[in-house]
Design a protein around this ligand. Structure first.
Ligand code: SAM
Ligand code: FES
Length: 350
């Protein structure tokens, strides 16, 4: 126990630990309470009890890629596909703005229908109407010039989970056409262009080991992202990983606390996957160090179709219900939703 106390204090004070101490913390449940308490203290010091909201608009479930874990992969013939047009997206934003959202996250599969010109038109239409909002894109790997064009059109944040920093692991999660090097190139290009960047992983993805997690932490130290999105891997029945076990709630919470201690400033969402693996998962995530929730703003007619994994929650609720539900959950966990756009580098209060 003494070692654990020392390591947790060192992690808090130096934001780092040697690999072997990290390995022990990742593999034991004996330090979980210490990690959680320290992480909550650090987030309160930086951010008080503020929890930031981001309105998620899942605008296409077409995808040219074939990631083995993902329910909207190209090879899933059972998925019914949809796309939202500009007007649909703008009405999601209008509804979201009225509900107090000041960040819109446009997420989708890698869908060539949305050419760079189309994405730029969507981004600039939102930017014109909502100059006070942050626009986040999460549409996968693109050439640097495309990222630059979206940025020039008014996008200022980009979410692209690195998925795993271990190349051999990456190759077991993706077909040979996908290259881990390119994914990392994307993240560094995005940062270089001036985006606030989010990276992250699925916890408990098939073949993940503690060594993979340690490499993920080291990669995140190198990238120093503004946001880190993690959630448990959850199986989808129409993917090659249909027989793989789900990731673990406990390990996800442990990692959230470790991330809060290593990256005190970072925006850390309590994800939908966390709420899917356990009915109180997001509340537990907030108590473990998370400080962002992402209610769904997509039209209810398409919600169920953006099915990355089985039993995904929040697919039947209207945006306003989702917003209200999350507000109550955040309060029940002991925190408050704020509508401010929230900037990781500044933090509020500093
Ligand atoms: N196409 C964009 C991309 O690749 O970044 C954004 C959409 S992608 C579906 C968003 C994230 O969902 C992925 O980065 C992945 O980590 C997560 N995801 C996909 N399938 C999942 C699953 N079965 N369980 C948990 N998370 C999953
Ligand atoms: Fe969507 Fe609860 S957060 S219904």
């Amino acid at each position: 126990m003494n070692d654990y106390r020392q390591w947790v204090a060192a992690l808090r004070d130096t934001r780092d630990l040697p690999d072997e101490a990290l390995r022990t913390l990742l593999e034991t449940d004996a330090a979980d309470e210490l990690l959680r308490e320290a992480a909550d203290a650090v987030r309160r010091e930086r951010y008080g009890d503020a929890v930031y909201v981001r309105g998620l608009i899942e605008f296409t479930n077409y995808c040219k890629n074939d990631c083995y874990y993902c329910g909207i992969r190209h090879g899933n013939r059972n998925a019914s596909r949809y796309r939202l047009e500009l007007d649909d997206i703008l009405s999601c934003c209008r509804e979201g703005y009225a509900l107090g959202f000041r960040t819109f996250v446009l997420q989708g599969g890698e869908d060539p229908y949305y050419t760079d010109d189309k994405i730029c038109a969507i981004v600039s239409s939102i930017r014109d109407r909502y100059p006070d909002c942050a626009i986040t894109l999460s549409i996968g790997e693109k050439p640097r010039e495309s990222y630059q064009a979206y940025f020039d059109a008014g996008a200022n944040r980009y979410l692209l989970r690195h998925e795993t920093a271990t190349d051999s692991h990456y190759r077991r999660l993706h077909p040979a056409s996908m290259d881990p090097e390119n994914r990392r190139r994307c993240l560094f290009d995005l940062k270089d262009i001036g985006y606030q960047v989010g990276a992250g992983i699925m916890v408990g993805s098939p073949y993940q080991t503690t060594d993979c997690l340690i490499r993920d932490l080291r990669f995140l130290q190198e990238l120093s992202p503004d946001m880190i999105g993690i959630g448990p891997f959850l199986t989808h029945a129409d993917t090659p990983f249909r027989d793989q076990p789900n990731g673990s709630l406990t390990l996800t919470l442990r990692l959230l606390s470790i991330l809060r201690l290593m990256f005190p400033y970072v925006l850390l969402p309590a994800t939908t996957a966390l709420g899917t693996i356990h009915p109180q998962g997001r509340e537990m995530g907030l108590r473990a160090g998370a400080n962002v929730v992402m209610p769904n703003l997509s039209p209810v007619t398409v919600r169920k179709l953006y099915e990355l994994y089985d039993n995904k929650i929040c697919t039947g609720e209207e945006a306003a219900q989702c917003r209200g539900c999350l507000e109550r959950r955040v309060q029940a966990a002991g925190y408050q939703i704020v509508t401010d756009i929230g900037n990781a580098r500044r933090g509020t209060p500093s």
